[in-house]
Ligand binder design. Structure first.
Ligand code: AMP
Ligand code: ZN
Length: 113
């Protein structure tokens, strides 16, 4: 499958991997928007939020769980951080394998741009 993030999972494309378990991979974003900017992905391919099925719920639930663990590990869990999932064109999605952005280390504004 011609999916960049599947290629990262399969080690066909290099990435700066910061966390891995049986179900989830996390790596530094190549174009960071914050002092910490990590992408957390399921190892199995799901293209968009719209494609999540009931059988995926436990897997997808691991994404915020891992985000919080990484935030804790990096010391900004208490002060706060931002997680984002973009869906499709208007949502700003550019890679069609779902991913949770974990951004920390600075103050974020709301609403998002
Ligand atoms: P989105 O726009 O929500 O689909 O986010 C895609 C993210 O993937 C962007 O923040 C990109 O900077 C990031 N990205 C694209 N290619 C790579 C790569 N090879 N390694 C790490 N991050 C990447
Ligand atoms: Zn994929």
């Amino acid at each position: 499958m011609d999916c960049l993030f599947c290629k990262i999972v399969n080690r066909d494309v290099p990435a700066d991997i910061v966390y891995e378990d049986e179900h989830v991979l996390a790596f530094n974003d190549i174009n960071p928007q914050a002092p910490t900017h990590i992408l957390i992905i399921p190892k199995s391919h799901i293209a968009t939020l719209n494609d999540i099925e009931e059988r995926d719920l436990a897997l997808v639930g691991r994404l915020p769980y891992v985000a919080a663990r990484l935030a804790e590990e990096r010391g900004f869990a208490e002060e706060g951080y931002r997680v984002v999932m973009n869906c499709n064109d208007q949502g700003g999605q550019t890679v069609y394998h779902i991913h949770m952005h974990l951004m920390g280390g600075r103050r974020f504004t709301w609403p998002a741009g």
